[in-house]
Design a protein around this ligand. Sequence first.
Ligand SMILES: Cc1ncc(C[n+]2csc(CCOP(=O)(O)OP(=O)(O)O)c2C)c(N)n1
Ligand SMILES: [Mg+2]
Length: 560
Amino acid sequence: MNGADWLLAGLAAEGVPVMFGNPGSTELPLTDAFGRQDGVRYVLALHESVAMGMADGYAQATGRVAVVNVHVQPGLANAMSGILNAARSRVPLVVTVGQQVQELLPGEPFLGGELVRMAAPLAKGAWEVARAEELPAVFARAVRTASAHPRGPVVLSLPLDVQVAAAPGPHVPRPPAAPSAPPAAALDRAAAILAGADSPVILAGDAVVHAGASADLARLADRLGAPIFGEPMGATVPVPTDHGLWRGPLPPFEAAIAPLLAPHDVVFAVGMPVFRLFGWSPGPALPPAVRLIHLEVDPHEVGKVHPPAVGLVGHVGDGLRGLVARLGETPPAAVERRSRAVAATAAARRSARARLAREAGGPRVAPAAFARAVGGALGPRDLLVDESLTAGRGLRAAVARRTPATWLAHRGSALGWGLPAAVGAGLADPSRRVMAVQGDGSLLFGVSALWTAAHEGVGTALVVADNGGYEILRAGLEGLTGRPEGAWPGIGIAGPALDLVSICRGFGASAVRVDEPADLREGLADMWRRTADGPAVLVVGVEGRTPPVGHPLTANAPGR
Ligand SMILES: Cc1ncc(C[n+]2csc(CCOP(=O)(O)OP(=O)(O)O)c2C)c(N)n1
Ligand SMILES: [Mg+2]
């Protein structure tokens, strides 16, 4: 047994059945080792960012560490976008990277170079294994670091000489210690403020889901009679979306957050940064009179921008349960507040659906019509993986009940995550239907995942909103300049028109295009049927503009 065999045995011992990757000469001992065992299967991606997206979807679908292997500096460079996405979404990934024989490194060989420093700014941790004897300690630390909350991607550099050296003793899996509960005294203070609030509001992020604490969050919201907003551009939903107090995610701009928080005297933010914004707008998001209570597993986030009246660092589930226990019986005022909030939520949902219905008409497929059709094609157990940018804006209003297990969204970092993540989630559980929704532009960053899906026999459904360009950036330019059009390069991708159907077929998927609103429903039904034979694509011609995004910087931002 050599170092490469040891690594695969270690992964098998950790219960990791799949390694995603794209190989090169610095990983050949590892490639060779796959044939000597059957605990871990290799899933080939045609580009490292696709391998990363697949591992990301696999990890988010299973809630467990997923593993990727890439090829020395070029492979790591290509994987960095996926490391960024995983860091933003707190996804537990171990990325192993082949490294040149260490003896050659001083000569700066072709296949070799600094990996740890390359990964450092984005990865949660990065280490190089200098000797095979270090493998047990460094590998155990990598898995533990990736899977300890807040989770994240780590990088492990494996020199060729370590891969071929005699293996050390076997790996013994040891899960990381769970975060401890927030301090009791701080919970007491937070509970007292919440109990005295006239109009509390809850902001909840992905870390609630990572802690398995959705039901605890719902209990606290019910006890307080407080509406729940999601964090801006969250990867998932913190409670099932049919909960009477769920108001959808916050917008990612301060100017748009402020009016939503203004009616409230206490803001309870849990399991999220306060706030990860998309761009500048006039702030602040938190009205000055408001009192903030912030419960987070990541100490770095508490007080980072907005100093809380009470900061609670620790296990998100323990914190929520601690607050519910301290608050006790629901007083009549909270019961009343709850029924008002539930009525307001229902009214907001009705008006969002009515607006979508109004905007869905017309001779072409409008974004609203696209969202309604896609929403209508999803069953309660189907997983929706959303990287649809503008055409999917209406999806949240259009789709029926989603839970943390049936909704995964792009966090607005590196494009090319969606389709690969859907394929990864499909590999994790072949028994469930998975649908990726992509824009035409974002699709092309990760389209080769279709080949892996076809190769692995994964029937991923893919719906593409083809609007001939980067509509979100046109809308951003309109927000910036106040003009809907301009001499803007780099926004249209329709000259020449991309033949997305042929492109998808070229990767081994079945693909059909529809442009008529009347054909959309049947097109989607037909797509699901085609998934029986592998990845199945429906390209939809979508027309229609998105309202301006963002704010003018020069006019409204003094000193910028
Ligand atoms: C790796 C990467 N490169 C570039 C961008 C910038 N970007 C954000 S959205 C976008 C265009 C998306 O186009 P499409 O998927 O067609 O959606 P649409 O805007 O048309 O709805 C681009 C290029 C990014 N987020 N990530
Ligand atoms: Mg587009």
